[in-house]
Design a protein around this ligand. Sequence first.
Ligand code: HEC
Length: 140
Amino acid sequence: MTLSIKKLLLLCTLLLVSDLVFSASSSSDNEMDMKPISIDVSDKKSLQRGARNFFNYCAGCHSLKYMRYGEIAEDLNISEEQLLNNLIFSNQTPQDIVTTNMSKADGDRWFGKAPPDLTLVTRRKNPDYVYQFLKSFFQG
Ligand code: HEC
């Protein structure tokens, strides 16, 4: 799994485990918290949680088309069975690349712009940018 994907998955971990998602905390109000985030790409547990979050929440719209499911499983230290039960919700196999069921045409029509492939997003834009982008959808 590329470093770029690891960073993306870790951001998904941070994003969805943070109390932001339950909107319990209002301490930061609407101010953007611009502190650089700290992520550890060798933290397997955190990567696993990020993958769970990604495949549950993001993969309906976003592909990771330069990755195969099997490569992700290998890097996360999970078995093929765990992969099939927890991360693949279609009839795809571990050998397949991570696509999404949404066609570009539908994405363009529904959102004005089809959701981009995220394989390289943390390389193209840095992890801090991506984290701030994701947090910008939460209401303070
Ligand atoms: C309902 C569909 C949908 C879901 C679910 C979704 N996204 Fe998106 N995402 C979009 C669309 C559409 C865009 C393009 C927005 C734009 O460019 O204005 C986008 C853009 C992005 C971008 C910006 C990419 C760039 O190049 O600037 C990132 C990063 C991103 N999404 C990450 C995620 C993550 C992580 C999740 C899961 C926590 C997620 N998205 C869930 C539809 C979705």
